[in-house]
Write a protein that binds this ligand. Sequence first.
Ligand SMILES: Nc1ncnc2c1ncn2[C@@H]1O[C@H](COP(=O)(O)OP(=O)(O)OP(=O)(O)O)[C@@H](O)[C@H]1O
Ligand SMILES: [Mg+2]
Length: 243
Amino acid sequence: MSLVLATTSGKGGTGKSTVSVSLALAFSKLNKKVLLMDMDEGLRSLDLFLSLDDRIVFDLSDVLKGADIEDAVYPVDKNENISLLPAPRSTGEIEPDAFKELLGRLVPLYDVVILDFPAGLDFYLYNVLPKDTQFITVCNPDPVSVRDAGIVCDLLPHTEKDPRLILNRFDIELIKNGTYKNIDDIIDASGLRLLGVVPNDSELMLLSVNHKLHPKKRAFKAATRIAKRLLGEKILLPKPKKI
Ligand SMILES: Nc1ncnc2c1ncn2[C@@H]1O[C@H](COP(=O)(O)OP(=O)(O)OP(=O)(O)O)[C@@H](O)[C@H]1O
Ligand SMILES: [Mg+2]
């Protein structure tokens, strides 16, 4: 059965798109066929992350108006396991019922579908997602981002899977010097179950420029741990200094 993941966050810029693309890279290496759906209407970014921006002609709004799905699903160069369905260039183009029907046709074609949503409390499409959608809230270690993650998850529609937290931009030095709380305290403050921790890392900062992650480096390893957990494997969190 396909895995449907939906990113969300209260605060903007917490790293949802970076994490979505990292997860797609990790799943693809695990031989999973992945569809990334950019749900950030008017402010799409995944085409840049995946170096597809020059090729986009059709997007999600065209499919909803009757274009062939194949015309708007773009395979990533040199990675046959990842494809992108880009977001519309303007807002208000996604009609919920038509979107639900499209998801019903698309999801069974992939092992993993990742819907990368914008930040905030505009949930107008969340109610038409499949009942087994796994919401993933991405936060940074700062207290505002952590509190907002908890608020968003309290408001999400109920699905069969409880929302999970990814703590992004983790930096052990900022915990050691007392700037931020430790991981356990962040989990407690959010009230959410942790799915994984992603390091603050220049390779991730440059993902939209370089379009790839080195498989032996910590960013890819963090994404792989999360991908495997989502596939049901029991993968322990490494010691904080190894994240
Ligand atoms: N783990 C990380 N380490 C370093 N930089 C990161 C990391 N995650 C994200 N960034 C940087 O943070 C910025 C925001 O990332 P991104 O666009 O993925 O956030 P977002 O949550 O999708 O934003 P939006 O809410 O606008 O959709 C980008 O400049 C990105 O390079
Ligand atoms: Mg984004």
